[in-house]
Design a protein around this ligand. Sequence first.
Ligand code: CTP
Length: 419
Amino acid sequence: MTDIFDLAGRRVVLGLSGGIACYKSCELVRLLVKAGAEARVVMTAGAARFITPDTLQALSGHPVATEIWDAREPNGMPHINLTRGADAVLVAPASADFIARLAQGRSEDLLSLTCLARPWGSGNQRVPLLLAPAMNREMWSHPATRRNLAQVAADGALVLAVDSGDQACGEVGDGRMIEAAAIVEDLIAALSPKPLAGRSVLITAGPTFEAIDPVRGITNLSSGKMGFALARAAREAGANVTLVAGPVHVPTPRGVRRVDVQSAAQMYDVVLPAASANEIFIATAAVADWRPAQLSEHKIKKGGKKVAPTFELAENADILAAVAALPVPPYCVGFAAESEKLLEHARDKLRRKKLPLIVGNLGPATFGRDDNALLLVDETSATPLPADGSSLDKLSLARVLVAEIARRLAAHTRARSAT
Ligand code: CTP
């Protein structure tokens, strides 16, 4: 997979408060830098007991700030200098004590002072504050912590989720800090433009599996990567995303609701009742057109027979066409994976399935790969993505496509309300 510089040119102030999860912050700094960000680290005295500032200086490539009184700063004000021009302040780990200090607006250590002094209002200079909590499960569920979390969220902080599982203290429960990669994914989403804020998006992805007997079936080579990338991009754009996935081996994007299915019939049964509640439906799934007419209850045995068995096939319902035919359909986007005559076949599908937009690609060339090239086809135009006809990684393509769908949906809604 090629590196994607999602945070290129961004300056992130990374704060660490005291907790064993500080060990994960080494990886976090590495991932921030790998994504192109400049990471400026601030540590509390508690954090510096778990890992040393030297470690984070080496990983970030910048000195680590720990003291309010810092003669190295020309104006002596590190708490101001750190956040002016920054894109975000991210505190990971955010301990229970640190969150309590934030809730009260305290400022006796450099990190809480920096958070308090950051430009927090609604202007262009606003620097968002993200907190990745980390603590023991009893501390996490304590009413005082609940109160403080509600207060810091009301004051504008974005509180990231916690993981559940084994804790360093030997107990098991909620309160573990989420992994570094998940924090970076949430940070990228928080910094993304929000053209789909408040919209609901339903996406199908992957192949379907049509069972012949309990151990065999008919499927195809779709990896699901494009649909999963679109789900991530739609979530970054502010949408509430439901992803209905056939059998694939791709991790679920953060903040996306995933429903797993096997067959086309199961995908239909999940999608159809849910479709009308969404503003956008994107059908990336490579749904099997046919299924074995009979499902054998037991494994079909060779049993020494020399003659191969034959199977009758029955047609699967077209999920996309059925959604587009609903009385009040969402904005439907189809995919056309073809091996030749891309524009011709894509436009034929657009008309047959009565869609406002279809995305064509040359299927066999893209299945399983990390990059792709698309052709956006509507009734009157065909636009290559990327514009120069080259290929791009699927996540970058998905982001461009989601922005384009948001633009077309807005125009579509305007045109509808004018009639
Ligand atoms: N699709 C669907 N349900 C099906 C078949 C297809 O929702 N039973 C959707 C796919 O997710 C895709 C689009 O329809 O968005 C195009 O699918 P494709 O299989 O390429 O088109 P077909 O109509 O099956 O045409 P053909 O097999 O002739 O290419």
